[in-house]
Ligand binder design. Sequence first.
Ligand SMILES: Nc1ncnc2c1ncn2[C@@H]1O[C@H](COP(=O)(O)OP(=O)(O)OP(=O)(O)O)[C@@H](O)[C@H]1O
Length: 580
Amino acid sequence: MIARLLPLARLLGPHRWLLITAILSGIAHHVVVLASAGVGAWVVSRAVTGASPDDLRGGLIVLGLLLPLLAVTPWLESYLAHMAAFRVLADVRGRVYSAFDRLAPGYLLERRSGDLGAAAVSDVEQLELWFAHTLSPLVSAATVPVAALTSLGVFHPALALALAPALVLLALVPAWLRRRAEAHGAELRARVGELNAEAVDTLQGLRELITSGAGDRQLERLAEQDDRLLAAKLAHGRRSGLEHSVTNALTTFGLLAVLLTAALLVTDGGLDAVLYPVAVVLAATTFAPVIAVTDVARDLNLVIAAGDRIMTILNTPAPVTDHVTEPPPGPISPHVAFSGVRFRYGTALPDAISDVSFDIAPGETVALVGHSGAGKSTCASLLMRLWDVDAGSITIGGHDIRDFPQDDLRGLITLVPQDVYLFNIPLIDNIRLGRPEASREEVIAATRAAQADEFITGLPDGYDTLPGELGARLSGGQRQRIAIARAILKDAPILIMDEAVSNLDTESEQEVSAAMAGVRRNRTTLVIAHRLSTILTADRIVVLEGGRVAEAGTHQELVERPGAYTTLMAAQLAGSERAW
Ligand SMILES: Nc1ncnc2c1ncn2[C@@H]1O[C@H](COP(=O)(O)OP(=O)(O)OP(=O)(O)O)[C@@H](O)[C@H]1O
């Protein structure tokens, strides 16, 4: 078990010195306890056997000197161990968040956000048990009994021999129950993650649950997850209880063995009667650090499971890595070209796009159109290098996008997504996301250009409104205009727009279209188009079908020959506002 936990020590980093000092304080504490108990027992036993106050003075002075240490050393141990633990926890949490950043979105799509949230918060929290409450007692438990056994051995070897079996058996209890403990720990942490994921899902999908009347079914699912967590907790509790009882029994057995052996030795004259209470007190105090460890060891399975979950995240290789540290030299022309691009989301999956070639000249707008699943979003994700192409290449200004550090590449591109996420920070900071240093005036100018100024100033706190719950109350059109304001403010030369699929009312539609036209001006734009109005204003249209380019050209060129585009248009005309 300990071997599985030792890799966690690597997480200590620069805080290891704090922890080492805590461990030394812990050892000092136990030595002081042993010494004061021994000296105290000796003083009492001398006093009751008629020693004069003068005979006791030396012992009492030692006790007086030990007393402050008795108070200070445990405080120091706990304070330093917690300080080290909390600093490590903060570091680990930071590393987990950067891992999310590094792994996004490929790995994150495969795991539920509530489960990942549990990993970032409660799994990391679980590590406190190891760093603040286990490491130091563990070292004490390994050293103090050796010191106590040696002292008892000096009194009489039989005393050490009487105590040793109980100590050895105590150390073996966690090993005996290890397999069960690890299985329970993994189960328990996984169940906590699942319940968290289900709860987050429920909250995120509340509107859908209410409108579809599926709330009760979801509550049942939550209750089922709760039951599974309860079963895992009970199994953990049963094993933990068994461990506790065995530990208690062994402690009592060890003490009785020393008590009995010492009594026999005193009767036989092998041990001075004055040393009898000293031997018993020494034996009793020996168990304290061992019990402290077995107490926390009962929950170490949870730490192992939490550590495994964290390490899995930290050690997962990023889907995309930087091959260079500097972007290509000179001004980069915002000319985007896809050449023979092939990509699939997993080795077992079919190609999402194959042999896709098209280019977007600087300042040009290309509309990607096609049925759902045709590969439009995949093209946009590949241009932002959220994944790397499997074959072919994507270039900007003639340079392969893999020749840019990711930060530089994403500095060249702005995304206006379909569904805009608003953080619970003032709206002005939400708009500043891509350019945090922008002044208030610059934000307002960008928001005006995105036709979002009017509705924001109409809010009671205007630009300082916290979206919080409001995020959900903003209309789709308003959220898109906030994203457009972000894009205008970031002022990147290349723009990717994922047009909202949901129907906007006519007024919102006009406002969003006007805002989009504004942001597209002078920018190289790739728009995942769903609306006829957008398609008609694009310079060129690329029609995707089953992950391949079926046709490309201007609207005029494409309508003149029957093909994928005219079929899509026919579907559009037979349908509603939305094209597909
Ligand atoms: N994360 C993913 N993992 C596995 N397959 C994926 C993933 N994302 C998309 N796909 C698959 O890749 C193909 C192209 O999907 P993509 O999202 O690019 O299509 P799209 O044209 O943008 O569709 P829509 O208009 O519905 O968004 C589809 O078959 C889709 O199922």
